[in-house]
Design a protein around this ligand. Structure first.
Ligand code: PHE
Length: 344
């Protein structure tokens, strides 16, 4: 009689637990059946009271049954509850799922052009060494671009084939060197300046030549400036851009505005000097022109060459960017193709 009441309750409670439609309903069923004043404890208490009257074997088997029923219902409850929790979590994970590898929605933030990035690194390097950063006009006069730089009227660079002349005796500057002259005129000696900027040459465009490219001019004027000083700054510059030790060499090079004049080469960073396509098997890559400022140039800038001397250099920033990132065609840098530019 008690036994059948118990199994009856078990059957009905098991069905209710198994079929609870949601977590709230399940909780209500738990309270109704397993709760402190629920159906099972009530029945159990009732059974406990009349247990004393039963023979010991029946008492034991009834006790066992009570435990079994309780355990069965509790584990059904736990299983159902876990199922609801898992479903709720799945729902949340589905709703809040986020693919962090996808590009963020909306307009992509831009990045600085690699030329701008390197130009800023160069400026930072020279700024930290006490050099002022100057700008100069891209449309220059012949005096600043040529005459003041000791470039005579007969020099081939002054041919219209090589230079873009514009109306009124002006031209697109062929190098950043005219800023040397403008700086001397404006500030006198001593002087430490760098001048980044665009320069223009009437050049057939190919993988390594553009009509428009970027240079960085540098000039230091003081007492007893030597080639050793110049090398210190230039080697430091290359090391700060390439982030490693570099080996450089000077070769004689002719620029009318320096005496002596040099080409500075860097030992090829790709092959370490053993020879490869980038250095055309020579082990060295030309990086910049430099030298000690010609007395005529100091004089043209209003500085007395008996009292002062200095060094100057002109660095091809475009070429530096190509070396640093291993870019094999200069035209990539001017094309404005975002697929290319987004890599930097
Ligand atoms: N102006 C030179 C060029 O464009 C580079 C240079 C600058 C060389 C300063 C020596 C000193 O090639």
């Amino acid at each position: 009689m008690l036994e059948s009441k118990l199994t009856g309750l078990q059957e009905q409670a098991a069905a209710a637990l198994d079929q609870a439609p949601d977590a709230e309903a399940l909780e209500a069923i738990r309270v109704d059946i397993l709760g402190r004043k629920g159906q099972l404890p009530t029945l159990t208490t009732q059974i406990g009271k009349s247990m004393g009257k039963l023979p010991p074997e029946e008492r034991a088997s009834l006790g066992k049954l009570m435990n079994a029923v309780k355990q069965d219902l509790e584990s059904r409850y736990e299983a159902r509850k876990a199922a609801f929790e898992r479903a709720a979590l799945d729902l949340r994970l589905n709703a809040e799922w986020l693919d962090l590898t996808l590009p963020a929605p909306g307009t992509r933030p831009g990045t600085l052009h690699p030329l701008t990035q390197i130009q800023r690194e160069l400026e930072e390097y020279f700024n930290s060494l006490g050099f002022a950063i100057l700008d100069g006009p891209e449309v220059e006069d012949e005096w600043h671009n040529f005459d003041a730089l000791n470039i005579p009227a007969t020099h081939p660079a002054r041919d219209a084939q090589d230079t873009f002349f514009v109306e009124g005796g002006l031209l697109l500057r062929t190098h950043t060197s005219p800023v040397q002259v403008r700086a001397m005129e404006k500030f006198g000696a001593p002087l430490r300046i760098v001048a980044p900027g665009r320069v223009f040459r009437n050049e057939e465009v190919d993988a390594s030549h553009e009509h428009t490219f970027y240079q960085l001019e540098g000039m230091m004027i003081d007492k007893d400036v030597s080639i050793g000083h110049m090398l210190y700054f230039l080697k430091g510059l290359l090391q700060s851009i390439f982030h490693r030790e570099v080996t450089v060499r000077l070769r004689p090079g002719f620029f009318p505005f320096v005496e002596p004049g040099f080409e500075l080469d860097i030992q090829c960073l790709l092959c370490g000097g053993s020879g490869c396509p980038v250095c055309k098997q020579s082990g060295w890559v030309e990086q910049l022109g430099c030298g000690l400022v010609h007395p005529n140039v100091l004089r043209a800038g209003g500085i007395d060459p008996e009292q002062w001397n200095g060094f100057a250099f002109g660095l091809g920033v475009t070429r530096l960017v190509m070396m640093r990132y291993g870019i094999d065609d200069i035209r990539h840098l001017a094309a404005g193709d975002l697929r290319f530019l987004r890599q930097f």
